[in-house]
Design a protein around this ligand. Structure first.
Ligand SMILES: C[S@@+](CC[C@H](N)C(=O)[O-])C[C@H]1O[C@@H](n2cnc3c(N)ncnc32)[C@H](O)[C@@H]1O
Length: 329
């Protein structure tokens, strides 16, 4: 993880510079239209980012949140020892995954973002002009449609907040494309029951093809939450004044809820030593006097409650700092 640069702050600055000139009333109207479109669960029949103002609105109100979610997910993947040198972001829009990957992986050398909407790619190019890493500043943003991606491969392929815009057959084809092109694949979706259902289908495709899950699951058995619950996490996003105005919001932060899965191809997994994975924390921990209570997903494929009490010493001190989405100390 690149610890010296605050990529979220650099992205906020780049957004202010690139989107600041757009008429604020138009931006607010486009934001409202996008919010209502993204609440719908129907696949898109035409590009949702239909104009430059829609693209600017998407970048201003969604990109800080998708960037935060991806940063959390990629952080877990980095903790598994992944050190990608190349990134391919399918349906990458304005480049949120590229910003997150550059912030998490110091090893990144090349970044390619593919999307169907040229206006989104153009804004993505503008945002990275003064980016804090050479890989990000030199990123390629290239127009392409799902099903007709150029013949590129990368160590890491991201598919972030894209599946909901596609019908189930297209979703399946996109995931298969990502698996053909990447040594590792990370798929992120909104943290809704619907988004989780899509992630669960991706997880099955990965496991069935013999891929090794890198997160968030500590096992490859059936998901223990599949009956009546949904696996999702939260990433804290600091809202800029512009962001607050656009959303008509008062709080200085929001929590972006997301579902995700990441996996590594069988050829790569062979090079890694088998590890005992820790349980994953599935809810905000309850920090009580003398103990912390967690809901977790365990390596044996079960989910349930774990308590870490003061008697556990150092482990208890780590438990007090642990957050939803972290590994159980
Ligand atoms: C909600 S945005 C997500 C953008 C970005 N990945 C992020 O996380 O912020 C969905 C993106 O998927 C792209 N997309 C949707 N369907 C596509 C298709 N058939 N081919 C290429 N891109 C597509 C859209 O143009 C849009 O940029």
């Amino acid at each position: 993880m690149s610890r010296t640069t605050d990529y979220a702050a650099a992205l906020r600055t780049a957004l202010r510079r690139a989107v600041g000139a757009v008429d604020e009333r138009e931006l607010t109207r486009a934001t409202e239209a996008l919010v209502s479109r993204y609440r719908s669960v129907a696949p898109a029949t035409a590009p949702i980012l239909a104009s430059r103002v829609h693209v600017a609105a998407y970048a201003a109100y969604r990109m800080p949140a998708t960037h935060a979610a991806l940063t959390r997910a990629l952080g877990v993947v980095a903790a598994r020892g992944l050190e990608p040198r190349s990134l391919l972001d399918l349906g990458g829009g304005t480049g949120a995954a590229a910003w997150a990957a550059a912030g998490v992986f110091d090893t990144l050398e090349t970044v390619t973002v593919l999307d169907q909407v040229e206006d989104a790619l153009a804004l993505g190019r503008e945002l990275v002009v003064d980016a804090p890493s050479a890989a990000l500043a030199g990123a390629t943003f290239r127009q392409a449609r799902a099903g007709a991606w150029p013949d590129l491969e990368a160590d890491l392929v991201t598919v972030s907040y894209v599946l909901s815009e596609l019908d189930p057959a297209q979703q399946e084809a996109l995931v298969a494309d990502a698996m053909r092109r990447g040594g590792s694949v990370v798929v992120v979706e909104p943290g809704t029951p619907d988004g989780y259902a899509r992630v669960l289908r991706v997880r099955s495709a990965l496991v069935d093809a013999g891929w090794t899950l890198l997160g968030p699951c500590p096992h490859e058995r059936d998901c223990p939450l599949a009956q009546g619950d949904w696996c999702h996490f939260a990433a804290r996003v600091n809202r800029s004044a512009e962001h607050r105005r656009l959303k008509g919001a008062e709080l200085s932060y929001e929590d972006e809820k997301f579902s995700w899965v990441a996996a590594m191809a069988p050829s790569l997994a062979e090079t890694q030593s088998a590890e005992d994975l820790p349980a994953r924390i599935l809810r905000h921990p309850l920090k009580r006097k003398g103990f912390v209570e967690f809901q977790v997903c365990r390596p044996d494929g079960t989910a349930g409650r774990e308590l870490i009490s003061k008697k556990a010493g150092e482990r208890y001190r780590s438990a007090r700092d642990a957050e939803w989405g972290d590994a159980l100390p």
